[in-house]
Design a protein around this ligand. Structure first.
Ligand SMILES: Nc1ncnc2c1ncn2[C@@H]1O[C@H](COP(=O)(O)OP(=O)(O)OP(=O)(O)O)[C@@H](O)[C@H]1O
Length: 301
């Protein structure tokens, strides 16, 4: 079931088209990673889906067309690209306040459970002005979870937080996913996206440049796989010839003492490389072929 479907969704600010005719659908049960360089249009896209800004043109269909736009607000939880906190309100107050704005009931016990989920249980009664950046991020996620929404829009849920907090947030997202929640998130942490997202879109200048699971993106960019070889010592006169051969069949050659890496676009070239080394009587200690990382796909997209 598609929880989010957009058709030719477009947003212009003045003369500038920031989201350019995006047609996309996100199904129930996905952790959908929405990537793109700064200014690609990700937040603008999310802000249209969450009703913060109005599209210039195109359509949005939520929850498979079931329910009214007023209900959608209660069925989604949002961590916006910037969150506002009130210095003199505690973490608990923030959840209660958000519940009132959303028009949902939230008991103290439920608030405490949410704060526990995000790792803020001990700080429930502390005022937000005493919170670190990472704690505020967790509080923002707690607000998104208020009312047990089935669909979460999280704009950079781990940006600016320390490694330990980022891992805790990633674990939380995986737990929420296991509980059946659908998550639409942006992130600049490609390693995190590789680890937790079930499907990925890369946005470029307002359009979707790539879309699919990590395996599908890798398959579409297979020409970028990297071969790593560990080998025995080369005689001085052997190296120029082997380097010339490697550069002829691949690219981005990096050769150090006893090991090299090369990008190739065809399995035949892996075989040719190994043959060339064997013919040169070089002992091969290891050959490892790596699929392109999301970082490489992202940079070359
Ligand atoms: N209200 C606005 N008025 C004019 N321009 C805007 C407005 N909101 C966003 N923009 C512009 O739209 C472009 C896309 O912004 P957006 O915040 O959607 O990008 P993003 O992909 O989320 O970037 P980042 O990764 O930095 O958060 C930017 O150039 C931004 O300056």
């Amino acid at each position: 079931m598609a929880l989010v479907e957009t058709n030719q969704l477009t947003k212009r600010f003045g003369e500038r088209t920031v989201v350019d005719g995006v047609t996309l659908s996100v199904n129930a049960g996905e952790i959908f990673g929405f990537l793109g360089k700064n200014g690609a249009g990700k937040s603008t896209f999310i802000n249209m889906l969450t009703g913060i800004i109005r599209p210039t043109s195109g359509t949005i269909r939520m929850f498979d067309g079931v329910g009214q736009p007023d209900d959608w607000k209660r069925r989604i939880g949002v961590l916006p690209d910037y969150s506002t906190f009130y210095d003199s309100l505690t973490a608990l107050d923030h959840l209660r306040y958000l519940a009132r704005v959303k028009g949902i009931r939230l008991s103290k016990k439920e608030c405490e459970r949410i704060l526990e989920d995000v790792g803020l249980a001990e700080h429930a009664g502390r005022k937000a002005k005493t919170f670190s950046f990472g704690m505020k991020k967790k509080l923002g996620i707690a607000q998104a979870l208020a009312g047990d929404p089935e669909l979460l829009f999280l704009d950079e849920p781990t940006s600016g937080v320390d490694v330990e907090s980022a891992l805790q947030i990633q674990q939380l997202l995986l737990r929420l996913h296991k509980q059946g929640k659908t998550i639409f998130m942006t992130s600049h942490n490609l390693h995190e996206v590789e680890k937790i997202c079930t499907r990925i879109a890369i946005m470029k200048a307002g359009k979707i440049a790539s879309l699919g699971s990590l395996a599908e993106l890798q398959a579409a960019h297979r020409s970028w796989r990297t071969v790593r070889v560990r080998h025995s010592q080369l005689a001085a006169e052997q190296k120029p010839e082997l380097v010339a051969f490697a550069e002829c069949i691949g690219r981005h050659l990096q050769w150090e003492e006893g090991r090299f890496s090369l990008q190739v676009d065809d399995d035949q070239n892996v075989a040719a490389l190994v043959r060339a080394l064997v013919q040169a009587r070089v002992d091969i200690y290891g050959v490892h072929v790596e699929e392109p990382s999301l970082e490489r796909i992202f940079l070359e997209e």
